[in-house]
Design a protein around this ligand. Structure first.
Ligand SMILES: Cc1cc2nc3c(=O)[nH]c(=O)nc-3n(C[C@H](O)[C@H](O)[C@H](O)COP(=O)(O)OP(=O)(O)OC[C@H]3O[C@@H](n4cnc5c(N)ncnc54)[C@H](O)[C@@H]3O)c2cc1C
Length: 611
């Protein structure tokens, strides 16, 4: 087999993933750790990487405390309400109290934020959203991280975390490979901050075949944020809380600006307002949560899904009225051009002019992430001055593995942080990681040569499999000795779709389905040991698949554990169709044992700190 060069990189703080959370972590680590070596490693190029890569039109988390618009407590109440009562209020409050300063920095660094001409304040799109000219949002944020970092390593996919050779419960770095040169990288670090984004493509997407890259969440968000901590033994929380988005059909164009700014609204195929039709039945399922304002996102999805099931679809967004106003028409189109240009192209290709035709809406396949209207991710220690004792076992944003921190989609329990909140959480994690490193003194972790040499063999094994197995190709690309990453991905998506509550199952599952889903995932894992990678690109696909499979297993375990339907509209446990506050007003926690392959599940209390 081909020999691969090994490159060693030593640092005090290693940031994995240079998206919003990673850039925030890199920036803030430098502020508190002037003399520390801070390294950020990214599988793409931080200039245009992550979910914000193509730009955004709005910053969705800004309090506006300078104008007394909102208080951090208000944001906690909002997120708690939207997540049907279950959020880590300490973590959410911590982000909310700091997020405005982050946004002010963005403006200082050159991000054009729209202003209300009358008040001079930031132009609000909604209670929490402010409007930006955001095409260059990511390059602006990346520049700050680039200037702060000792080194940025682009084009390196991190595959595993390294643990301390004497204390295996402590993190000591990470390994990965350069997706262009194929070099193997060993990053030795005193603290690691994982900020590797969320997970798309674990459930079968609506668009298949050559269109499968068209998903709402970025197709390159491949669950490393979860798989890396899971493999290291970190506890995860709320992994069952997958998110389903109501979006414009076929292009996943965002609806927020349409609802909030253009004041458009939805109706069924017969021009009726359908949400009131479902009020009583939703009340029977979830009780008073349906009376909250705003109505939780999942419940609005639920009403849409029920209306379509009743045969009165498609659901449409009424744009014809708003688009008569030339200003609103411009805003409507610009909203896509700034971040989802594909939706404008879809409408053009389908002869949809929103001035003449009310476009269809639909619900997406489920995604796993921790920063939108959902809160899957790692279980993290809370802020010293605010978190209840039970939520504090170490430094702020440290996971249950020593020295391992997280931010953005990685951290669970904190919905609605979005781009600005993810950057803010990166800053919080960076500051805490510096303190951890400074407190450590001379007790730095050590990496064992045997460990990284073993991992090196594991990382390139898919290429070895291919090299040997290709001699047995029987037809086209089919070899009896390996499966290709695309085959594994499609099999994973099918299992998750049919057994764990994807679009094909109307988001519905139950205990027998989940149990069988776990068996099938196990068989997939066995076959993935024989995955073949033709080149470095496919090697990356192979490792993305490994990460997706492990995260999917975690999602399935959590879904099985929570015997209730907490978020109708996101998914349904048909065998436990109602919300059950008596037994399940709690967080679900899991821990994976990589030696035995077993999962331990437990409950953790939800503390309501804000009244
Ligand atoms: C379609 C869409 C629309 C959105 N709209 C808005 C909006 O209008 N306003 C708003 O404020 N927020 C919005 N958000 C939310 C915002 O984009 C996220 O909250 C934020 O990007 C999360 O930050 P993160 O750092 O966790 O992940 P990301 O920003 O996605 O960064 C993760 C980074 O990790 C890298 N990475 C992944 N795996 C590895 C690996 N194994 N090794 C090395 N690097 C790796 C990725 O390449 C990426 O650069 C939107 C998100 C999506 C998907």
């Amino acid at each position: 087999m081909r020999r691969r060069k090994t490159v060693f990189v030593d640092s005090d703080i290693l940031v994995v993933g240079g998206g919003m959370g990673g850039c925030g972590a890199t920036y803030e680590s430098r502020y508190w750790g002037r003399d520390l070596k801070i390294v950020c490693v990214e599988k793409a190029n931080i200039e245009r990487s992550g979910a914000v890569a193509q730009g955004l039109y709005a910053i969705n988390c800004y309090m506006g405390m300078q104008w007394n618009e909102n208080r951090p407590e208000d944001h906690v109440r909002y997120a708690r309400n939207d997540l049907m009562g279950l959020v880590r209020e300490d973590l959410g409050y911590d982000i909310a109290r700091h997020v405005d300063s982050t946004v002010h920095k963005f403006e200082e660094w050159g991000l054009p934020i729209m202003r209300d001409p009358k008040t001079g304040r930031y132009q609000r799109e909604g209670k929490w959203q402010i409007m930006i000219h955001g095409e260059s949002y990511k390059p602006i944020v990346a520049e700050a991280a680039r200037k702060a970092a000792t080194e940025i390593y682009n084009r390196i996919m991190v595959t595993h975390l390294l643990m301390d050779k004497d204390r295996p419960e402590r993190v000591a770095g990470a390994v990965g490979f350069n997706v262009r040169t194929g070099d193997f990288y060993v990053f030795r670090a005193k603290a690691v901050i994982v900020a590797a984004g969320g997970a798309s493509h674990i459930f079968k997407p609506r668009a298949v075949g050559e269109g499968m890259g068209r998903t709402w969440y970025a197709p390159w968000s491949s669950a490393s944020a979860y798989a890396l901590p899971i493999m290291a033994g970190a506890k995860m929380t709320q992994m069952e809380n997958r998110i389903v988005l109501t979006r414009f059909k076929d292009g996943y164009g965002p609806v927020g600006a349409y609802f909030l700014h253009l004041k458009t609204y939805t109706q069924n195929a017969y021009g009726q307002d359908y949400e009131p039709t479902w009020y009583n039945s939703i009340k029977q399922l979830v009780g008073d949560y349906v009376d909250r304002h705003p109505v939780p996102t999942c419940l609005r999805n639920h009403a849409l899904l029920e209306e379509v099931k009743a045969g009165r679809g498609p659901i449409r967004m009424v744009t014809k009225e708003a688009f008569k106003d030339p200003h609103k028409e411009t805003v409507g189109w610009e909203n896509f051009l700034g971040m989802t240009i594909g939706q404008a192209v879809v409408w053009a290709s389908q002869n949809i002019d929103p001035k003449e035709t009310n476009p269809e809406l639909t619900t997406s396949e489920p995604y796993v992430m921790g920063s939108h209207a959902t809160c899957s991710g790692a279980w993290a220690s809370g802020p010293e001055d605010y978190a209840p004792a039970e939520y504090q076992w170490g430094y702020n944003r440290m996971m249950t593995v020593e020295g391992l921190f997280g931010a953005g989609d990685t951290i669970g329990g904190t919905a609605h942080k979005f781009s600005s909140g993810s950057f803010t959480e990166g800053r919080i994690a960076g500051k805490a990681a510096v303190k951890y490193v400074n407190d450590m003194g001379r007790q730095a972790p050590q990496v064992s040569e045997a460990d990284y040499e073993t991992l090196k063999k594991i990382v390139y094994k898919p290429m070895d499999n291919f090299e040997v197995g290709r001699n047995e190709i029987v037809a086209g690309t089919v070899s009896p000795s390996y499966i290709l990453p695309i085959h594994g991905l499609q099999r994973l998506e099918k299992i998750m779709d049919e057994y764990v509550g994807g679009i094909g199952a109307n988001y519905t599952t139950n205990e027998p389905l989940l149990t069988r889903g776990l068996e099938l995932l196990q068989m997939l894992k066995e076959d993935i040991d024989h995955i073949g990678a033709e080149d470095l690109h496919q090697l990356q696909r192979a490792w993305e698949l490994q990460h997706r499979v492990l995260a999917s297993e975690c999602v399935t375990q959590h879904t099985l554990f929570r015997t209730e339907t907490r978020w109708p509209g996101y998914y349904y446990r048909a065998d436990h169709p109602k919300l059950d506050d008596k037994d399940w007003h709690c967080f679900t926690l899991s821990r994976y044992d990589r030696e035995s392959g077993k999962w331990e599940m437990e409950k953790a209390p939800v503390y309501h700190i804000v009244d």
